[in-house]
Design a protein around this ligand. Structure first.
Ligand code: B12
Length: 216
C-alpha cells in the first residue's frame, strides 16, 4: 500500500479530523485519483473501524466520528470530480432504505455516477418504500439504486420491489443494490437486477441497465 494511502486510512481509523484534508491532498499530489483515495484510503479505514466496533473496541461515538472524518474528505474530493457532462447520461434515483441512516456509500456512488455524466435524484436516508416507489412513478426514471448496510433492514428492498410490481412499474425499472450487507445472493433473493460491491461497479451496472432498457 502507498504510504499516503496508509496515512489516510490511519486518519480515519484514529478519527484525526485535523489531518485528513492534508492527507487526501498529499494523495492527489502523488497522482492518485479521487476514486482510489475513496476506495482504498477512506473506505479501507472505515472497514477497520467497523471491525473494531464489531469486536467491542470502538463504540458508537467512534463510528460517528470516523464517519464525519470521511464525509469531510469526500466533500473535498467531490469538487475534484465534478463532470462537465452533468445529466447527459440520464437520471438515477438513489436512496438508503427505510430504517438505515448510513449514507457515505450512497453519496460516493452519487459522486462517481455524477462524474460519469448521470444526474442523481437523491432521496436521502431512511426512505420509506412508498416514497421510493412514488418517486419512480412520478418521475418516470427507470434507473434505481438502493443502499443498505443493516442486515435488519433487508426486507425493505423486497417491499420496494413488491410495491413497484403492484404499481405495474417493475418491468420498466432496473434496480441495483449495494452496501455492506449486500451480495449477489441477496440481490437474487430480493428480485432486483444487480448487486454492486463498489461505486465503480455501479457505473458499469447502470451503463448496462441503459443498454438492457434500450436507452443507451
Ligand atoms: C460509518 C458507520 C456508521 C455511521 C454512518 C455515518 C454515515 N453518515 O453514513 C453511523 C455512526 C451513523 C452508524 C450507525 C450505525 N451502525 Co454503522 N457503520 C459504519 C461503518 C464503520 C462504515 C460504513 C461506511 O460508510 N463505509 C464506507 C462506504 C464508502 O462503504 P459502503 O457503504 O459499503 O459503500 C460502498 C459499496 O458498498 C457500494 N455501495 C453502497 N451503496 C450502494 C448502492 C448501490 C446501488 C451500488 C451499486 C453500490 C453501493 O459503493 C460504495 C462505495 O464504494 C460500517 C462498517 C462497514 N464495514 O461497513 C458500520 C456498520 C454498517 N454499522 C453497523 C451498525 C450495527 C450500526 C448501528 C446499528 C450501531 C448502533 N448500535 O446504533 C447504527 C445504525 C443506525 C441506522 N439506523 O442506520 C454494522 C452493521 C451490521 C449489520 N450487518 O447489520 C456495521 C457493518 C459495523 C459492524 N461491523 O458491526 N454507522
Amino acid at each position: 500500500m502507498k504510504e499516503c494511502i496508509a496515512v489516510v486510512q490511519d486518519a480515519v481509523i484514529n478519527m484525526k479530523d485535523d489531518i485528513i484534508i492534508d492527507a487526501v491532498k498529499k494523495c492527489l499530489d502523488e497522482g492518485l485519483t479521487p476514486i482510489q483515495i475513496i476506495e482504498e484510503g477512506l473506505s479501507g479505514g472505515l472497514e477497520v473501524v467497523g471491525k473494531k466496533f464489531e469486536a467491542g473496541d470502538y463504540y458508537l461515538a467512534e463510528l460517528i466520528m470516523a464517519g464525519e472524518v470521511v464525509t469531510e474528505a469526500t466533500h473535498m474530493l467531490k469538487d475534484k470530480m465534478d463532470s462537465g457532462d452533468m445529466g447527459k447520461k440520464g437520471k438515477v434515483i438513489l436512496a438508503t432504505v427505510k430504517g438505515d441512516v448510513h449514507d457515505i456509500g450512497k453519496n460516493v456512488v452519487a459522486m462517481i455516477l455524477s462524474a460519469q455524466g448521470y444526474e442523481i435524484v437523491d432521496l436521502g436516508i431512511d426512505v420509506a418504500p412508498e416514497k421510493i416507489a412514488d418517486a419512480v412513478s412520478d418521475t418516470g426514471i427507470q434507473l434505481l439504486g438502493l443502499s443498505i448496510l443493516l442486515t435488519t433492514m433487508v426486507p425493505a428492498i423486497k417491499q420496494v420491489v413488491d410495491l413497484l410490481t403492484a404499481m405495474g412499474l417493475r418491468k420498466k425499472v432496473k434496480i441495483a443494490i449495494g452496501g455492506a450487507c449486500c451480495s449477489q445472493q441477496l440481490a437474487d433473493e430480493m428480485g432486483v437486477d444487480a448487486f454492486g460491491e463498489s461505486a465503480v461497479a455501479a457505473v458499469d451496472i447502470f451503463n448496462n441497465f441503459k443498454k438492457e432498457l434500450g436507452l443507451a
